[in-house]
Ligand binder design. Sequence first.
Ligand SMILES: NC(=O)C1=CN([C@@H]2O[C@H](COP(=O)(O)OP(=O)(O)OC[C@H]3O[C@@H](n4cnc5c(N)ncnc54)[C@H](OP(=O)(O)O)[C@@H]3O)[C@@H](O)[C@H]2O)C=CC1
Ligand SMILES: O=C(CO)COP(=O)(O)O
Length: 351
Amino acid sequence: MTRAIILGAGVMGTSFGLPLSDRGMEVRLVGTHLDRQLVAGMKQDGVHPRLRAPIGERFSLYDDTDIERAFAEPADLVVVGVSTPGVSYAIEKLSRHMRGKPAIVLLTKGIAEGEGGIEILPDTMARAFARQGIGHGPIGAVGGPCIAGELAVRRDTTAIIGFREPGLAATWAAAIATPYYTLRHTEDLVGLEICAALKNFYAIGVSVPQGQAEIRPASNGAGLHNATASLFNQAVNELSAIVAASGGNPSTAQGLAGLGDLHVTCQAGRNSRLGRLMGAGSSYADAMGGPLKGETVEGTLVAQTLAGPLAALAAAGRLPESAVPLARSIIAAVTANRPLAPAWDRYHLTA
Ligand SMILES: NC(=O)C1=CN([C@@H]2O[C@H](COP(=O)(O)OP(=O)(O)OC[C@H]3O[C@@H](n4cnc5c(N)ncnc54)[C@H](OP(=O)(O)O)[C@@H]3O)[C@@H](O)[C@H]2O)C=CC1
Ligand SMILES: O=C(CO)COP(=O)(O)O
């Protein structure tokens, strides 16, 4: 039987275990030091306290004090389910406990600053392993639209898995897919990962008109859906340009990894709640310290990381800063706590 170990018992790590379990894999779900209550709750009644949904039949549960036991036998697949701030924790734990050379997939949606541009998290992990002389298997990722609470109750979902190694993404897509969880596959890991992280960031900007509509009601009840659609298109164009400048395939941004995931996040994600609050006049600091306190809103971490890579891409002549006005206004709003308002005159210079 295939064995999968999932590190991180948050909502997405746990939900991803469901198709694995339904496909007959043994699933070892390992909580981080921050997940102890979640693991204790699941041990008590088999229900994830935040998902309010039962875990899979073939799950066994471990908290961080038990991690040695979870990794005692080699796995075929290791899944990283922590959010961006937990990536260094995951690297440290895998460096110490991983046996053999299992395939690793990151669910985590984030980026790091690399030399000359964006570094995708699979490369951050590979670099950390290499620095320590640790041999490892292929490192890939899953991106695309997936609200964890929907997957947790087996609602139809199509996501996308990527590995650079030819054929490997297709193999794992076939091994994981169930009737309710379909996986497309790609070898464009760079495009997939940039889309996964940056759609969170762009969802903040695209959701601004929804907040503006709340505080500026029109006499006839009209919303600001037209403006939202324009910003959505701008976000996808910028995403394509950043992917291309980073060596990925721009068409990845036009698919599920880019516009598909942006749509879901704008409809139901945590990042769009920040955009709506900022559109309604809240500053970044007030929104994060108030209604969103304690929430995982990773687009803000992208905003804090992206200025350097964009400047490097511009300096290398690969992407002029004028090509990404929406990105620049989101970065300014988050890092300098400035109001976030669309600058229409600077958008749509290209189709
Ligand atoms: N690939 C996909 O299909 C999807 C991926 N995602 C991504 O999955 C990741 C997890 O998201 P989600 O499950 O929704 O978020 P949660 O907040 O539910 O879970 C985050 C996990 O990371 C842990 N964590 C956070 N900070 C640290 C830290 N400093 N050290 C160690 N562990 C830490 C959390 O602990 P704690 O218990 O404190 O939260 C928890 O285990 C995100 O990057 C998200 O963007 C989301 C949707 C779909
Ligand atoms: O990544 C997601 C859906 O694919 C979830 O988005 P949020 O992190 O904004 O909730």
